[in-house]
Structure formats: C-alpha cells, structure tokens
Ligand binder design. Structure first.
Ligand code: SF4
Ligand code: SF4
Length: 74
C-alpha cells in the first residue's frame, strides 16, 4: 500500500489554502500559529497516515511549494 509524505517549501507558500481545499483525504490543515517567513499562514500535514501520495496538493499549489513523496508500505 502506498503512503505519502509532503514537504512544504515555506519560502514559496503564500497561504492560499488550495492544498487544504483540494486534499480529498483531509490530511492538510491551515495552521493557527505557524507562519511562513513572509507572514502567510502555513499549511501542515496534520495526518500523514491518511496521505496516499496522490499528488493533488502539489499539482494545485499555484506557487510550486509542495513536493510529494511516495513510500511503499509492505
Ligand atoms: S498527496 Fe494527496 S492525500 Fe497526500 S496531502 Fe496531498 S492531496 Fe492529500
Ligand atoms: S496551495 Fe501552496 S501556496 Fe497555497 S497554502 Fe498550500 S502550499 Fe501554500
């Protein structure tokens, strides 16, 4: 079974929330107390167990701030 992990480039993120909106597995939440270096609200991967590395968050991010990694779990 594939499992995912995402890495968010805080310097590129603009806090738009698209990644949260388009993750159908509800893995991503917008932080309430974490911010990018430019002061935008930072999204975080709240539940990595649910991420299946579909890649949608990375595709929808207008600022190319998300890299998605896929692991194969035996
Ligand atoms: S890779 Fe897919 S499941 Fe994982 S956080 Fe992104 S949109 Fe959600
Ligand atoms: S879609 Fe990209 S720019 Fe928008 S909040 Fe998510 S990581 Fe940041």
């Amino acid at each position: 079974m594939a499992r995912g992990e995402i890495v968010i480039n805080e310097n590129n993120c603009r806090g738009c929330g698209y990644c949260q909106e388009f993750c159908k597995r509800e893995c991503i939440v917008m932080s309430e107390d974490k911010f990018t270096p430019l002061g935008y609200i930072l999204p975080i991967l709240a539940d990595s167990d649910k991420c299946n590395a579909c890649g949608v968050c990375g595709q929808m991010c207008p600022h190319f701030a998300i890299e998605v990694y896929r692991f194969i779990k035996n």
